[in-house]
Design a protein around this ligand. Structure first.
Ligand code: AVJ
Length: 318
């Protein structure tokens, strides 16, 4: 298929949502920006590299679980379901699930249309019998499923512990919205990253090669490029910290000296040591994950984990 052209380095039109989120986030006390803005072209590439890092266990562990338990999924899920994947992106995990359960249709939902078209074309090629019905949209907002899957029972697929990016109350809201969207007989297969040894967690978000640091710092470069910013890239350091009270890894960009900068015409100041909180990645214990699902309107029916209990894959029913 035809690949879309690379975006110009300095787009003429400013994305109003990006501008609003960054200006609001920098005006906040403490400063905090939503993690969705990491994923421009460069950020998506860096994230792909993160998933291959020796320290970043989640992707590898979850993929192994998907490969190993195909027969279990087929038994537990049954036939004829439409699989609806939330935030499908470039997911390399999906084929393992599709091969195992042979669904009646596959509906990947993603906010990035380019990515979605490319990965849908690829999947449709690999599964010639399977209707692939991509939906471009933000699954945090109300959206409609394709009419082709009307009447089919659904299996929601939400891998990658993406739910961990949300505060628990927002995670519950999202789970409820998914239940409403997917309907009465729906099931949900969701990946959750587990609470574990703190050094292991920190290493996964502060790798030796500095890929995660580059991923975090890319936000600064994106702000400079797209929002007429003049933030000094060398004025910030990547920090990954474990917040034990909230059971989450936090990524921050810490000012290494007092900083003055501008974004879209607005002036900002940071003291040395002050941070921009750029991401939270919540971790869940085995009981926490069930509690979260139940609060979100889902009843857990089966769980799979690796030998070390690093990562959990939970199947729940509406
Ligand atoms: C894509 C949100 C699951 O929280 O582990 C990886 C993103 N950030 N390294 C995660 C991420 C830094 C990732 N999620």
């Amino acid at each position: 298929m035809l690949l879309t052209e690379e975006a110009p380095a300095r787009p003429r039109t400013i994305d109003p949502a990006f501008r609003r989120d960054i200006l609001d986030g920098l005006a906040r006390e403490p400063k905090a920006t939503p993690p969705i803005w990491f994923y421009d072209r460069r950020g998506s590439e860096l994230f792909e590299q993160i998933t291959d890092l020796p320290e970043y266990y989640p992707t590898r562990t979850e993929t192994a679980l998907l490969k190993a338990h195909g027969l279990d999924f087929a038994r537990a899920v049954g036939e004829g379901r439409a699989v609806v994947e939330f935030g499908a992106g470039s997911s390399r995990k999906t084929p393992h699930l599709l091969r195992a359960i042979r669904p009646a249709a596959y509906v990947p939902i993603d906010i990035s249309g380019d990515f979605l078209q490319a990965s849908s074309a690829q999947l449709a090629g690999d599964f010639p019998e399977l209707p692939v019905l991509p939906v471009v949209g933000d699954f945090n907002q109300p959206l409609d499923l394709p009419r082709e899957i009307a009447g089919m029972p659904r299996l929601g697929f939400f891998p990658g512990s993406t739910i961990g990016n949300m505060e628990p109350d927002a995670a519950v809201d999202l789970l409820r919205a998914m239940r409403r969207l997917l309907g009465e007989d729906a099931m949900l297969l969701i990946g959750m990253d587990r609470i574990k040894d703190r050094d292991r967690l920190i290493a996964a978000y502060d790798d030796a090669q500095g890929v995660t640091a580059a991923f975090n710092l890319n936000l600064i470069e994106r702000i400079n490029r797209e929002l007429e910013g003049d933030l000094p890239v060398d004025g910030f350091a990547h920090r990954a910290v474990w917040n034990d009270e909230k059971a989450r890894i936090e990524m921050h960009l810490e000012a290494v000296r007092p900083l003055h900068f501008h974004v879209a015409g607005a002036c900002f100041h940071m003291d040395a040591g002050e941070t921009i909180h750029t991401e939270s990645s919540h971790k869940y214990g085995t009981r926490d994950e069930r509690l979260l699902l139940r609060a979100g309107g889902w009843e857990p029916v089966e769980e799979w984990t690796d030998d070390e209990g690093l990562f959990g894959l939970v199947l729940a029913k509406a």
